[in-house]
Ligand binder design. Structure first.
Ligand code: GDP
Ligand code: MG
Length: 296
């Protein structure tokens, strides 16, 4: 073989550039007040801080979320820098009239698309645009064990038009394992019945491995999660958990809840695909609509 020119080293060049720049990953949480959104955000960050620094942060006092607010941490693993940005939102759906209660969240997501588009369109555009587009929306479902509320169906539908929506069953410690499984199946059936197309999406580009990965995620969604801002001691080790009169729920124990599955899904298996899907599907739809409107 005399024709080898060495362009395969391009993968290392790309890798080097990407590693230097790092990744930005933006998640938003949505759902009724009191379902543990703020708590889960802290749990996700705390579990990363445990990984990287080997210690837990001090517990936060109880608080109520009153405005849309982003919390951000940089996580470094094996030289790869990830800026994880989680946007907390006030609950909704607690009013007598819940009409348009999803508007602030949809607006927030569109505003990020709009800001990105503006930067893209300026003549002297930056070589690298700071990306605040939301890559994933965790939608919190009340653990009633019965069915979705009408408002959940409406809001998930609205959100799925602008962002990758991933539903989670909040406070899963309030359901038995059988109730949890039955509830999951019920929810999946209701999502299909209501024609709500949720992430992950299959594309022609997907190989067998990706198709299988997406299948396994679909069979798990909605993730049944438990969050905690307190650490409890189990076998001499400090972990995030909830202690009640009957025992302890270890948030990171896969036999207790699916927090670790959700975390792996977000920061390990689907990170790149969530980012790509946002750019190629959601942002692209927004962008072409805006540019068409400009022409008229
Ligand atoms: P938000 O309004 O959705 O942000 O909810 P918060 O995170 O403020 O939590 C509301 C209450 O639910 C707090 O008292 C939390 O301690 C509690 N909570 C949060 N997550 C869980 C959970 O997974 N299980 C249980 N049982 N309680 C939780
Ligand atoms: Mg909150």
């Amino acid at each position: 073989a005399t024709s080898y020119v060495g362009f395969d080293s391009i993968t290392q060049q790309i890798e080097h550039k990407l590693l230097k720049r790092g990744f930005q990953f933006n998640v938003i949480v949505a759902g009724q007040t009191g379902l543990g959104k703020s708590t889960l955000i802290n749990t996700i960050f705390a579990s990363h801080l445990i990984d990287s620094k080997g210690r837990l942060e001090a517990d936060d006092p109880v608080r109520q979320t009153t405005e849309i607010q982003a919390v951000s941490h940089v996580i470094v693993e094996n030289g790869v820098k990830l800026r994880l940005n989680i946007v907390d939102t006030p609950g909704y759906g607690d009013q007598v009239n819940n009409e348009n209660c999803w508007d602030p969240i949809v607006k927030y997501i569109k505003d990020q698309h709009s800001a990105y588009l503006r930067k893209e369109l300026t003549a002297m555009r930056d070589r690298y645009i700071q990306d605040t587009r939301i890559h994933c929306c965790l939608y919190f479902i009340n653990p009633t064990g019965h069915s979705l509320r009408a408002i959940d169906v409406i809001v998930m539908k609205k959100l799925s038009e602008v962002v990758n929506v991933v539903p989670v069953i909040a406070k899963a410690d309030s359901l038995t394992l059988e109730e949890r499984e039955a509830f999951k199946q019920k929810i999946r059936a209701e999502l299909v019945y209501n024609n709500i197309r949720l992430y992950p999406f299959d594309t022609d580009e997907n190989d067998d491995e990706e198709i299988q990965l997406n299948e396994s995620i679909r069979s798990m969604i909605p993730f049944a999660v438990v969050g905690s801002e307190r650490s409890v001691t189990i076998d001499g080790k400090s972990v995030r958990g909830r202690k009640n009169r009957w025992g302890v729920v270890n948030v990171e124990d896969e036999s207790h809840c699916e927090f670790m599955h959700l975390r792996n899904f977000l920061t390990r298996t689907h990170l790149q695909d969530l980012i790509e899907t946002t750019a190629q599907i959601h942002y692209e739809a927004f962008r072409s609509k805006q540019l068409l409107a400009l022409k008229e």
